[in-house]
Design a protein around this ligand. Structure first.
Ligand code: NDP
Length: 326
């Protein structure tokens, strides 16, 4: 038995409930993990609210770190007692202990603490594929300008630092002057408060009218049009979230003036095999161990205060990563 956070129907943070769940032995290809720390992600909000629809009752949480307690048949890469971390689909990390597919679980280097790992797996693997795999047709080279929205958030602060390490000129947007300062302190070359300034105009000024090669847009509805306006010819729009609401349907003809590319990405298309997941995780572990990317855990809550954690994330009160402690 263990405590877990579940919802029985979609709604606001009030639908999040602590329940006792039976946790059995892992089946073939599964492991049982006792969590030391759990990551909070904006996708948890979409699943709770119903923007992303999943069967009920639903255990939430896609990111965690802890120790392997039991290993199912056929699992080769993990053993009892291993320190591990993961970004997982299906959800269920908001829990003391869970059984889950071993495929997406990685052994943790000794130098990376559980809390750090829980704060960086889903967000860091996302920054990894955004910067390394979503490449514009002309390629990405040091000195290239890219625009990254919500840059002071969990994914955002990792992306700022990683982009700097790659030599990119990352233009950040964020929702307050304090958040802009945080993005700049973490490697952004420029920062725009998109609640007080027209970010599309500012990007044109900063790039001398050229525009950027890539826009990374997780804000969605509120930024979509401005983001397209920021791109240079043959630029790439990477849509990967909807914090302000989903993007409205659009006509492909709007891309014609600059022959733009658009992609809607999700991490879970990238981590479909053990090898792919491990390769991406190794890249993330290396950049964190090198010190080039530091993981900012700016909020910690006991698991029992998960409702407050959701309230704060949705109200844009958080920066960097948030963890829940079982
Ligand atoms: P963040 O910590 O970045 O929190 C979301 C941020 O979005 C807020 O802090 C806020 O920053 C900004 N925002 C802009 N408009 C709104 C709004 N109307 N309501 C709430 N927030 C708003 O979250 P995560 O790091 O967990 O995730 C960042 C984004 O990336 C999310 O949209 C998430 O869904 C997406 N994502 C997508 C993945 C994928 O593979 N497709 C994987 C991981 C994350 P500010 O105040 O600065 O505007």
């Amino acid at each position: 038995m263990g405590i877990a956070v579940q919802i029985r129907h979609n709604g606001g943070p009030e639908v999040l409930e602590l329940v006792q769940v039976a946790v059995g032995e892992p089946g073939p290809g599964q492991v049982r993990i006792r969590h030391h720390a759990v990551g909070l992600n904006f996708i948890d909000v979409y699943q709770r609210s119903g923007l992303y629809s999943l069967p009920m009752p639903l255990s939430l949480g896609m990111e965690g770190a802890g120790v392997v307690e039991a290993v199912g048949e056929g699992v080769q890469h993990l053993g009892v007692g291993d320190r591990v971390a993961y970004a997982s689909n299906p959800p269920g990390s908001y829990s003391e202990v869970r059984v889950m597919p071993a495929m997406c679980v990685c052994r943790l280097p000794d130098a990376i603490a559980f809390e750090t790992a829980a704060a960086m797996m889903l967000k860091g693997l996302t920054a990894q594929y955004l910067l390394k795999k979503c490449i514009p047709v002309e390629g990405l080279a040091p000195g290239d300008a890219v625009l990254f929205h919500a840059a002071a958030g969990g994914v955002g602060l990792i992306a700022c630092q990683w982009a700097r390490a790659m030599g990119l000129q990352l233009i950040a947007t964020a929702g307050s002057d304090e958040k802009c300062a945080l993005a700049l302190a973490n490697g952004a070359a420029h920062a725009i408060n998109y609640r007080s300034e027209n970010f599309a105009e500012r990007v044109q000024e900063i790039t001398g009218g050229q525009g950027v090669k890539v826009v990374y847009d997780s804000v969605g509805k509120d930024t979509w049009e401005g983001s397209l306006a920021c791109l240079r010819r043959f630029g790439l729009m990477v849509s990967f979230g909807n914090a302000s609401g989903p993007v409205a349907p659009f006509a492909p003809a709007v891309l014609a003036a600059k022959s733009l590319y658009v992609t809607r990405q999700t991490l879970f298309s990238h981590i479909t095999s053990r090898e792919a997941t491990q390769a991406m995780a190794d890249d993330l572990f290396a950049v964190v161990e090198s010190g080039a990317v530091k993981i900012h855990i700016d909020q910690r809550y006991p698991l029992a205060e998960v409702r407050q954690a959701h309230l704060d994330l949705e109200a844009r009160r958080t920066t960097g990563s948030t963890i829940l402690l079982p």
